[in-house]
Design a protein. Sequence first.
Length: 258
Amino acid sequence: MLAARANSNTRLEAHADEPADEPGATDTDTAEDTGELKEDEQGTAQSLVCTDCGKRFRDATWAERHATLSGHVNFAESAEAIQPLTEEERAQRLKELKTRMEEKRELLKQQEREEQKERERIRRLAGKEMIEAKERLKEQEILKAVEAKKREKLEDKRAREAIIRQIEEDKKERAARVSSRAQASGAASTPPKPAVTAAVPAAAVNHSQARLQLRMPSGPPVVNTFAADAPLDEVMAFVREKLGDPHAAVSLSTTFPR
């Protein structure tokens, strides 16, 4: 027994510096406690942490939602559990959420007002441009009408000038024919006589009188009544009186049929 006690004392002295086990703790209990400590030291994932902003999430669903909203992609597991919120914290979180929602709605309203103003500005600008385009088109149409009127007047003027030239040519042609007839009858030395056209009415009202309408070389027609048996010399004297030259050579002719 002395040998056994001596060996026990030797073992106690060798482990004198180690802490003593708690009272009632057995080898099995100590092994289990040691195992639990080792498991705690290794840690079990209780939450997820966003390493980009430091926020914690209970599970992968909330982490994915955060990644969708924020664009963060770096997450890590954490052994720290997220404690449930108290009633005050829940109310505060709800209040903050409502505030953010109100701010977002106000921001959306502000954006809608700005977009409405921009649409109104674009609409007014488009309306102004359309009015200006219509005014320009109207001005162009007016200018075209003015140009067309000018061309029409110019064409009318040219037509009148052409008619006048034709009349002058006809006069010259008639004068040439009269001159050729006078030369053919042997009266080439006689100066050209102004042509007087006399129009005799188809039906005489009084057979004792003759009413003659004389178309002079210039001016309006002249009408006079002569005696039915008056000689043509009286008519020629009347014509010379109207011409203002008592010695003018006068020839009388009638319209077709002669």
